[in-house]
Design a binder for this molecule. Sequence first.
Ligand code: 5GP
Ligand code: ZN
Length: 114
Amino acid sequence: MSECLFCKMVSGEIAPDKVYEDDDVLAFRDISPQAPHHLLVIPKEHIATLNDLEARHASLLGKMYLAVKAIAKQEGVSESGYRTVMNCNSDGGQTVYHIHLHMLAGRGMQWPPG
Ligand code: 5GP
Ligand code: ZN
C-alpha cells in the first residue's frame, strides 16, 4: 500500500470530496480552502514533484489542464476567472509530494503571490 496521501485518494482508501475523475486524472476539494472554490487536480500516477516529470508525461499534464477547464465550467467560474498553481519543493511551498494543480476561484487573486 502506498503511503502517499493522494495515492490513497486514487485507490479509494481515503474518500475525497471528488469533483472530477477520468482514466488519468482525479480532482477534489482542498481540505483547507484558500478561496471560495479551491480544487486540487492530480494525476492518478504517482509523480512526486515537477522535477520528476518525464517526456512521457506530456499529455498527462495537458489532461490535467483540460480537467481544470471542465471543472471551471462545472463550478461556474469560467468567465469570472481562476488561478492555477503548482508548487515545487520547499521554496515553492509544496507540502504533499504527489504533484497537484491548485485551482482557486471565487475572489480576486493578488499578484505577486506571497
Ligand atoms: P501544496 O502545499 O503541496 O501545494 O498543497 C497541498 C494541498 O493539499 C494543501 O492546499 C492542503 O490543504 C491540501 N491537503 C492536505 N491534506 C489534505 C487532505 O487530506 N484532503 C484534501 N482534500 N486536501 C488536503
Ligand atoms: Zn502519490
